[in-house]
Design a protein around this ligand. Structure first.
Ligand SMILES: [Zn+2]
Ligand SMILES: [Zn+2]
Length: 311
């Protein structure tokens, strides 16, 4: 008992391409003494430390202590400012109230975290992170456990990490299965929203790509560029008034340029195109990489912009 596990002999990958990278046999490495424990162990066989800890007493005390100090310091600062009769006008009073609220918030959040029971999925995810380099098989198992009974957004992250790790060590079919599960969760999240969230679309494009679904990946990426641009406050040819609005327009124009570049690259493949309903042409028209009507670049009333595969 207690000897570090030997490496597995490499075997063929499940997609049949090349040998597996050499990975150590599954084991839980104790964070305290470094002992290699069989995966079913709950406590370290050498030092008896809990192998699936949440926060230990020291971390809880530190969290409570730090949040208390920051909370008291904020309140003290507010009192000192008030007592010294520094010119406190209406705006100043708002800042003072903000300082007091900040102090209470830091204290209550810190204290809350210090006493809470750490959910199982968080403990598995934490242990997985620690094993990514030293024992990827254990990390894969832990990311799998962390994906059960967790909020959807967290499950999505854990499944994606699990898939990447499986792929890295040559377990392609397990990677696919995790990406597939992640895709189902993400699709559910996207469909639940009234307005599309571009950041979720780009994540889904990545999952499609990982699953080898090229058409879906390309169309989703195009859709991302369209929705992202639609979320900008200023239109391309709009003039912004004022300093902060001008700054925002400048930032958006730069981002728009990047999106147009991505779009142009994707549209090099002539299988795909972007169309929209042009009010001036009174029909569905093909759009260019800048989402302009190709019949007349000055037409600007274009609705229902969408990407599609040419039939
Ligand atoms: Zn130990
Ligand atoms: Zn037109």
């Amino acid at each position: 008992m207690g000897n570090p596990r030997a490496s597995n002999p490499p075997s063929a990958t499940d997609d049949g391409i090349g040998p597996d990278p050499v990975v150590p046999e599954q084991a839980i490495i104790c964070a305290k003494c470094g002992q290699s424990n069989p995966p079913q162990e709950v406590k370290c066989i050498q030092c008896k430390k809990d192998l699936l800890p949440g926060l230990d007493a020291g971390q809880r005390a530190c969290l409570f202590g730090c949040s208390t100090v920051v909370g008291i310091a904020s309140l003290a600062a507010a009192v000192v400012i008030f007592m010294n009769k520094v010119e406190v006008d209406g705006k100043g009073m708002i800042y003072l109230a903000g300082l007091v609220i900040f102090g209470f918030l830091v204290f209550s959040v810190g204290a809350g975290y210090a006493v809470r029971k750490v959910p199982l999925h968080e403990r598995y995810a934490q242990r997985a992170e620690c094993h990514v380099e030293i024992n990827p098989i254990q990390a894969i198992a832990d990311y799998g456990s962390a994906s059960k009974d967790a909020p959807r957004a967290i499950t999505l992250v854990n499944l994606t990490k699990r898939a990447a790790l499986c792929q890295k060590i040559g377990r392609s079919s397990e990677a696919r299965s995790s990406w597939q599960q992640a895709l189902e969760i993400l699709t559910f999240q996207i469909e639940k929203l009234k307005l599309p969230d571009p950041e979720l679309l780009i994540q889904r494009a990545e999952l499609y790509r990982n699953l080898g679904l090229t058409d879906e990946a390309t169309l989703e990426m195009l859709r991302y560029t369209i929705e992202k641009e639609a979320s900008f406050k200023f239109k391309q040819d709009e003039i912004a008034m004022g300093v902060s609005e001008g700054w925002q327009k400048g930032t958006e124009d730069q981002a728009r340029g990047e999106l147009q570049k991505v779009r142009a690259e994707l549209l090099m493949d002539k299988q795909y195109r972007i169309v929209g309903d042009c009010k001036q042409c009174r029909k569905t028209v093909a759009l260019d990489q800048n989402l302009r009507c190709t019949n007349n670049l000055k037409h600007h009333q274009i609705r229902q912009i969408r990407a599609e595969k040419r039939s």
